[in-house]
Design a protein around this ligand. Structure first.
Ligand SMILES: Cc1cc2nc3c(=O)[nH]c(=O)nc-3n(C[C@H](O)[C@H](O)[C@H](O)COP(=O)(O)OP(=O)(O)OC[C@H]3O[C@@H](n4cnc5c(N)ncnc54)[C@H](O)[C@@H]3O)c2cc1C
Length: 395
């Protein structure tokens, strides 16, 4: 007979989404258990680690050097032909940009959850999900032991490879066109500019995606590539394209690789339903990730904050049916969905954009100094050069 742990809320996955959700529910006085299948929270890091300062503020954090590796001045976008445009603070809505140490950041969020009263178990894997007597039952395995967790609500925060939603009856299917396959090297590069996050576009560089290079300070950079699933010619394509980019680029060639990691990013629309009886999904598990940039830390944390509020209310009211949890669906959609849909449409267009178009737009913008570049100016150039694309995107 397996033992059963009883809690108000079980959170599956201790990424940013899971830890923030656990913190919110525990803070409101409900018994909460956060489980993570890996041995160490935050490791391995599968992330470029770029984040806007407003995300830290939203979480009540300051840019602590313990988990912030570097501050950046903006972004540079390189066309396939080599033109580049620099997007400074003026265009970033005066936002500060940071590169995190995700391993420390994720652990800090988990620490905050524990300080708020949540329990946490690492090396603990959820194996399924069923409902019984108005509660969720989740079989778990930890260090060879099998036990069940019985909870009023489960928060599925199990990331890109999520299974909890499917176990709970939600449709989580993803088409090839709606995911990017990524590989990233942590590299040491001598003498490279450490002020900007760089993005390299083009079909020959990264089909349907881009190469990024984010500075972590002291000569360290995250250099990665995402390739759209529909444009992959073999499983090894991301590595092949990234190695080819590095070998062709004088600035990168002499760099040395200290770490390699790989992962997937969904670039589709968020799930049609993120709530079921006794279940809510947050972050990547709900496919809440910006389809154009692949950025998902903000959306994971924002959705987790809203999930924490709604889940707590439902537990307090003594009923956690789909209808009781439905306010979560509205809360995150009202705030996040318009931008996610807009960027999904832009990503769909981006998949068809030729290298010539990228060279023309970026070339036309590259002659402007960063201080004179605004969203308005970028839209003006796209409208002037490519009125068809502009009208399809409602620009
Ligand atoms: C290569 C790459 C680069 C990226 N770069 C950026 C970037 O620069 N900026 C940005 O904002 N976003 C970036 N992202 C996206 C970002 O990493 C994710 O959107 C973010 O981590 C989502 O947080 P999450 O909490 O939803 O999921 P995750 O951080 O993926 O956390 C899910 C956790 O659940 C655990 N888990 C899974 N299944 C189970 C189970 N059955 N039982 C117990 N635990 C389980 C996993 O081990 C994991 O720790 C990148 C992604 C990749 C792959």
């Amino acid at each position: 007979m397996v033992r059963t742990i009883e809690v108000d809320c079980l959170v599956i996955g201790a990424g940013p989404g899971g830890s923030v959700a656990a913190r919110e529910v525990a803070e409101r006085g409900h018994s909460t258990l956060l489980i993570e299948k890996r041995a160490e929270i935050g490791i391995p890091v599968r992330c470029g680690e770029g984040i806007a300062g407003s995300v830290l503020k939203m979480l009540g954090l300051s840019p602590d050097p313990a988990f912030v590796a570097a501050k950046v001045e903006g972004a540079r976008i390189f066309s396939p032909g080599g033109s580049s445009v620099t997007l400074g603070k003026e265009i970033m809505r005066r936002e500060e940009g940071y590169i995190l140490r995700r391993d420390i950041f994720d652990r800090e969020l988990a620490r905050m959850a524990v300080r708020a009263g949540s329990d946490v178990m690492v090396m603990c894997e959820a194996l399924g999900f069923k409902r019984e007597g108005g509660k969720a039952i989740v079989p778990c395995r930890r260090l060879g032991e099998r036990f069940d967790v019985r909870a009023s609500v489960v928060v599925g925060a199990d990331g890109f490879e999520a299974q909890v939603g499917r176990w709970g009856g939600l449709d989580t299917n993803l088409s090839l066109r709606d995911f990017d396959s990524c590989i990233q090297y942590q590299m040491v590069r001598k003498g490279a500019d450490e002020r900007y996050c760089d993005f390299y576009l083009g079909g020959k560089v990264a089909p349907g995606g881009y190469v990024w290079c984010f500075p972590k300070g002291g000569g360290l950079f995250n250099v990665g590539i995402g390739i759209n699933g529909s444009m992959m010619d073999g499983m090894a394509a991301p590595k092949r394209y990234l190695d080819s980019f590095i070998s062709r680029n004088e600035d990168f060639k002499s760099g040395k690789v200290l770490e390699v990691n790989a992962g997937g990013v969904s670039v589709g629309l968020p799930l049609e339903r993120t709530v079921a009886d006794n279940l809510v999904l947050v972050g990547d598990a709900a496919r809440m990730i910006d389809p154009l940039t692949g950025g998902g830390i903000y959306t994971a944390c924002y959705s987790a904050l809203r999930a924490g509020e709604v889940v707590s209310d439902a537990i307090a009211a003594g009923s956690c049916s789909e209808a009781d949890l439905f306010p979560y669906e509205k809360a995150w959609r009202d705030h996040l969905e318009p931008a996610l849909v807009r960027d999904y449409l832009a990503k769909e267009k981006f998949l068809d954009v030729t290298d010539e178009v990228l060279d023309t737009v970026i070339g036309a913008l590259s002659i402007r100094p960063p201080s004179e570049l605004s969203i308005f100016e970028i839209l003006r150039v796209i409208k002037e050069k490519f009125p068809g694309i502009a009208s399809e995107l409602n620009l």
